[in-house]
Ligand binder design. Structure first.
Ligand SMILES: NC(=O)c1ccc[n+]([C@@H]2O[C@H](COP(=O)([O-])OP(=O)(O)OC[C@H]3O[C@@H](n4cnc5c(N)ncnc54)[C@H](OP(=O)(O)O)[C@@H]3O)[C@@H](O)[C@H]2O)c1
Length: 366
């Protein structure tokens, strides 16, 4: 339920947040008399690691906004495996409790420094950078994040569509642009193609004008891949290099590794001399190689990685993506849309269960 309606419902939202004078001067939003800023909000809070029951909806203070930070009114957020791990206590030491999870969201600017160039009400996306892990994240009505990880956009697309994008699109775009420097006319292999990052990468690569080969372990997922424009579906039985070489005898120009280190030697064998493999994910769970030897990399093949940030996603790249979606050229892979914080448990259960390709998106009311 939105804050505005909660005010009328008698919840404790009617007190104005106290501000000191210098904070008030630097804010882009003047606060006319009578304008009420909620002091509390609803959020999903994890106070201790555990099962789905530790995802509790609580009334908590609206996050404060330090200098250089932006407070966003959350409209939609994706639910990710990373947040399942946070809830279960299986993330790294960066995560502390109590914590509001949520590594990404879209929404509108509530308040920002004047110097940020952000205006109240402006549509924005944000993702990662410790959000929902080192500090409270997006499973809430408001979130406060550093301005450097806020990306502006303008679209009439529904929040549930835009809400599917931030982490998925940033990772896919960053892997292709920063990691692989993919060019029109090149051939790309996506290892782990039915993942959200894999589906998004395929759509971006097709829009760019590349030929895309994508893998899945299940032949019955071929249609999911073709729906985002994949040219050649490969069934991954643990090795795909021979199949790739049948289609591209000299090897592909670029490969995006999402299955992980257990597949990496085989993925490296799919790439042409002076082609590049970008290691971005480890769906099979292996993130490192014991006793790694550089000689496992074939002569002349380049191995890089991508673990990027919002800074790798230019506003114009997001704008082009939104335009392509609005014009129907790109299909956004959405597994299921959930309404309200009450459905976050269902969303995490579905993410954990797997088997639904695409993004799980929670939409909050206005
Ligand atoms: N580097 C970064 O900045 C960054 C950012 C975000 C995510 N990531 C990583 O990118 C990867 C993809 O993330 P995602 O959220 O897009 O994944 P996702 O949507 O949860 O991926 C689901 C897909 O993974 C495949 N899969 C599951 N277990 C597998 C296994 N044991 N071996 C091979 N494939 C398996 C399944 O495909 P099939 O059943 O069709 O084979 C399934 O469709 C993850 O490893 C994630 O941690 C990295």
């Amino acid at each position: 339920m939105p804050s505005g309606r909660e005010i009328t419902a008698g919840r404790p939202f009617s007190r104005r947040t106290e501000l000191n004078e210098s904070e008030e001067l630097d804010m882009v939003r003047p606060k006319p008399a009578g304008d009420v800023l909620p002091v509390t909000m609803r959020a999903v809070v994890v106070t201790r690691p555990g099962g789905l029951d530790v995802l509790e909806i609580k009334d908590v203070p609206v996050p404060t906004r330090g200098a250089g930070w932006v407070r966003i009114k959350v409209q939609a957020f994706g639910v990710n495996e990373s947040e399942v791990l946070t809830r279960k206590g299986e993330s790294d030491a960066e995560v502390t409790y109590p914590r509001v999870p949520g590594i990404e969201c879209v929404g509108v600017v509530d308040e920002a420094d004047g110097a940020s160039g952000l205006q109240p009400g402006q549509q924005v996306a944000t993702m990662m950078g410790g959000m929902g892990r080192a500090y409270d994240g997006a499973y809430a009505e408001y979130v406060s994040v550093p301005a450097a990880q806020v990306i502006r956009f303008e679209t009439d697309l529904p929040w549930e569509v835009v809400g599917a994008l931030p982490e998925m699109f940033q990772t896919a775009y960053g892997s292709l642009a920063t990691g692989l420097d993919l060019q029109a006319g090149q051939t790309l292999l996506i290892r782990g193609g039915t993942s959200t990052v894999g589906l998004s990468a395929a759509a971006i690569a097709k829009e760019l004008g590349a030929t895309v080969l994508s893998t899945t372990r299940s032949a019955d997922r071929a249609e999911d891949l073709r729906a985002v424009g994949v040219d050649h579906v490969l069934v991954d039985t643990g090795a795909v290099a021979d199949q790739v070489r049948e289609l591209a005898p000299a090897g592909v120009d670029a490969a995006l590794e999402l299955v992980g280190c257990s597949a990496l030697a085989d993925t490296l064998a799919t790439v042409r001399r002076h082609g590049t493999v970008c290691f971005t994910g480890a769906l099979a769970g292996q993130w490192s190689i014991p006793d790694f030897s550089p000689f496992m990399i074939p002569s002349g093949v380049r191995l890089t990685s991508y673990a990027g940030t919002a800074a790798d996603l230019p506003e114009d790249a997001l704008a082009r993506q939104l335009e392509a979606i609005a014009e129907g050229r790109i299909e956004v892979p959405i597994a299921k849309v959930y309404r309200g914080l009450e459905q976050v448990r269902d969303a995490q259960a579905d993410v954990e269960a797997g088997g639904m390709p695409g993004k799980h998106v929670v939409v909050l009311d206005d």
